[in-house]
Write a protein that binds this ligand. Structure first.
Ligand SMILES: C[S@@+](CC[C@H](N)C(=O)[O-])C[C@H]1O[C@@H](n2cnc3c(N)ncnc32)[C@H](O)[C@@H]1O
Length: 437
């Protein structure tokens, strides 16, 4: 079986979305690829779905096969909630007394109880038992001290025990062993107690890590590093971006929009890959705006001596810049959903002296107004928040500003042509907004 078939087989034993599984796989690969030293650990393996996916990612690269993989679990299910939890995971209301020493809560709630034997069988079935894996049974608060002197360095710490106390315990005991550049995955970010454990921990350590989200999923992860892990060049020039840009540019060419001798305002220019493309359309002038300073520095350097392109560093979540100049076109690709309040940005367009806009963004199709996500830092949200605006509300707003809003032929890429009811992939649309005058 290849990795993709194995991941499918493993997904039968998941307590999470397929995207979460994929991110476990990718992060397993990531630490090996980036030579981040240390064992890969999950606390709360349950049936072993995400544990196995991290292993598979790591061993997919040959140099990962010597890593040690530790799977901790009570193998009795989730423990009882404590004072800082607001629910008993998988059950709801907390009905027991939480005002007791933590040891008294090391009792199974009966939820997600899977035996060590079952996990071992699963790992055998998936062909992973040949790797350096150790399962440790018991409540982590008791079991970790018994093996901790055999763990020197950690590259991934995946915490999935649903409860404040064991989460905080693991962060406290292992942070110093986590390699620089190592990653902590918090599966239960949606649970108050677990988030409290993280925030208390951040405060005690005086850190404010960027919280990365996973599409269509509640788990998050953060790196033991204050700097962004990958450079803007690595991000914008990675295969995924190159592929989507190729489809966008081909599509733009098909649309027959005339930028010749026009004034263009480009919003959210990144490191200038689209600006370079727009320059080939012989515009009179391009004002290229970018909010993330590390991207802007590259953008500015690139067009320092250019006669047509001017650049501006501007965070589009701050009060918007005012222009006297009139723009024929606003070129707005991949920006709107990186803003916490995309509707405010659309309001701004009302006062912006311009005629037309080509807009591309991710959308939301359910009834909600605007999904706001925290920490979509890898996808370039300056504030650390991103959003998925509702398509109908965006259309209403656009029609207040423009005479016509058209959905033209879309780029030839899966992100633009998926089934609208399938929430598992980012759904993007290109719209052309025009004024007659
Ligand atoms: C939601 S499940 C984990 C799902 C699994 N990680 C996955 O991705 O498929 C939670 C697990 O945490 C374990 N658990 C909860 N509290 C624990 C504790 N204090 N010590 C050890 N295991 C614990 C439970 O036995 C259960 O298997």
């Amino acid at each position: 079986m290849n990795d993709s078939q194995l991941l499918d087989a493993i997904s039968q034993a998941l307590y999470s979305t397929k995207e979460t599984q994929m991110s476990s796989y990718e992060l397993g690969k990531y630490v090996v690829e980036h030579d981040i030293e240390g064992d890969i650990i999950e606390c709360g393996v349950a049936m072993g779905g995400n544990f196995a996916s991290m292993i598979l990612g790591a061993v997919s690269l040959e140099k990962g096969t010597n890593r040690k993989f530790w799977g901790f679990d009570s193998f009795e299910g989730i423990q009882l909630a404590g004072e800082k939890d607001t629910q008993q995971a998988g059950i709801g209301e907390i009905t027991h007394n939480t005002d007791v020493p933590y040891e008294d809560l090391l009792v199974s709630s009966g939820i997600t109880s899977h035996s060590q034997e079952q996990v071992m069988n699963n790992l055998n079935t998936w062909g992973l038992n040949k790797y350096n894996i150790e399962l440790v049974a018991g409540w982590v608060q008791n079991s970790i001290p018994l093996v901790n002197d055999r763990i020197n360095k950690i590259s991934i710490l995946r915490l999935d025990m649903d409860i404040y106390h064991p989460t905080k315990y693991c962060l406290d005991i292992w942070w110093d062993k986590l390699s620089d550049g190592g990653v902590v995955i918090i599966d239960d970010w949606a649970l108050d107690g677990v988030r409290t454990a993280c925030y208390e921990f951040f405060e005690e350590k005086g850190i404010n890590p960027e919280i990365h989200t996973i599409t269509n999923s509640t788990p998050t992860y953060f790196f033991k590093k204050t700097k962004q892990m990958i450079s803007p060049q690595e991000l914008f020039n990675c295969n995924e971006y190159e592929e989507i840009d190729k489809a966008r540019f081909e599509n733009f060419d098909q649309l027959g929009i005339d930028f010749n001798d026009k004034n263009i305002l480009e919003l959210g220019s990144g490191i200038g890959n689209h600006t370079k493309f727009l320059l080939t359309k012989n515009p009179k002038h391009i004002l290229s705006i970018e909010g993330r300073i590390e991207n802007y520095e590259i953008l500015q350097k690139l067009f320092k001596n250019d006669k047509v392109v001017k650049t501006l560093h501007f965070d589009l979540e701050k009060p918007y810049p005012k222009f006297n100049k009139h723009f024929d076109w606003v070129y707005n690709y991949g920006l709107l959903y990186h803003l916490k309040n995309p509707f405010e940005a659309l309001d701004y367009l009302k006062d912006l002296p311009h005629s037309n806009m080509i807009l591309e963004t991710c959308f939301l199709f359910d009834g909600k107004e605007n999904n706001v996500f925290e920490g979509e830092i890898l996808t370039q949200a300056v504030s650390g928040y991103g959003s998925r605006p509702n398509i109908n509300l965006v259309m209403d707003k656009l029609l207040e500003i423009y005479d016509t809003v058209l959905k033209p032929t879309q780029p030839n890429h899966i992100w633009y042509n998926k089934n609208e009811s399938d929430e598992s992939v980012l759904y993007r649309i290109v719209l052309i907004c025009k004024n007659k005058k």
